[in-house]
Design a protein around this ligand. Structure first.
Ligand SMILES: NC(=O)c1ccc[n+]([C@@H]2O[C@H](COP(=O)([O-])OP(=O)(O)OC[C@H]3O[C@@H](n4cnc5c(N)ncnc54)[C@H](OP(=O)(O)O)[C@@H]3O)[C@@H](O)[C@H]2O)c1
Length: 251
């Protein structure tokens, strides 16, 4: 079963699970379009539908999350509800994020708490932390130039990954069995946000410029130091530039 089936990672998982022999079940609140698998409504906030969703399931890939709103209710309490019902689950696969203990953000604190819940539960599990998705960095920082300028904290670093490659890696974990915390899944290169913005300008032949901003505070400092990266785990192959070129072709 894939939770968060209508999200970025959820959709990437579905696309690839179509080409496998697994019997797949999906759950989320919104039904993804054109699904060929069984889909069950469930809400991690209220618990509605979870019992039904989890029926006859051996493996869960838990891609549901709520970074912006009610993260503690969905990512921590919601996970707890699901784990309490998952006593017979053979393998619970949890996508997490690189460096969360060193980056002072509420969502990351919740993700860390969620990892702790899993580690202290009796449910056999695998935790796989990934760096930010290429699309996440682009959408958050590089989607709307202002007066032909990308105003960005240009010195912070990312080791972004292709969501499809990460989905494939998580699917591979199904057969590898529950192994606790696995190695980080980082992208092939570590770039500053300024370099990423410049790549976008080059690939799309834009006339935009990059204006570098800096910020006070611990969050900014942790990203300047690249706490969200892991130079020893350049596992993904698809670079940010390749992601952008691919997008440009499919536009
Ligand atoms: N985005 C990144 O850059 C990144 C990087 C590394 C790891 N990850 C991890 O990958 C996982 C998936 O992230 P994502 O970016 O794919 O998230 P996303 O696109 O925001 O999708 C979140 C999913 O969670 C579901 N959801 C939200 N509230 C819910 C609720 N109350 N009950 C049930 N389902 C709910 C949403 O579906 P409905 O609204 O239809 O319910 C949606 O399908 C997360 O664990 C995240 O931490 C993400």
């Amino acid at each position: 079963m894939v939770t968060g089936a209508s999200g970025q990672l959820g959709l990437a998982l579905l696309k690839q699970l179509k080409n496998t022999d697994f019997q797949v079940k999906l759950t989320s609140r919104r039904k993804p379009a054109n699904v060929i698998f069984e889909w069950v409504y469930s809400d991690l906030m209220t618990g509605k539908g979870l019992e039904e969703a989890i029926k006859a399931v051996d493996v869960i890939i838990h891609a549901a999350t709520s970074p912006r709103k009610d993260s503690d209710m969905i990512d921590v309490s919601g996970l707890k509800k699901l784990l309490d019902m998952s006593k017979d689950i053979k393998h619970f696969i949890y996508p997490s994020i690189v460096g969360i203990e060193d980056i002072p953000m509420k969502y990351y604190r919740n993700k860390f708490q969620a990892e702790e819940l899993l580690k202290n539960s009796s449910v056999p599990h695998t935790i796989v932390r990934a760096a930010q998705f290429h699309s996440f960095v682009e959408n958050l920082f590089l989607s709307k130039p202002l007066f032909k300028r990308y105003l960005v904290p240009g010195e912070i670093k990312f080791q972004s990954v292709d969501v499809g490659e990460y989905a494939a890696y998580l699917i591979q974990m199904i057969d590898e069995g529950a192994k606790g915390i696995r190695e980080d899944f980082g992208g092939p290169e570590i770039l500053t946000l300024r370099e990423m913005a410049e790549l976008k300008i080059k690939v799309n032949n834009e006339s935009n410029k990059v204006v570098n901003l800096s910020f006070p505070g611990k969050l900014y400092k942790s990203l300047l130091e690249g706490k969200n990266t892991n130079k020893h785990q350049k596992v993904g192959k698809i670079t940010f530039e390749e992601y952008l070129r691919n997008r440009a072709v499919h536009k």
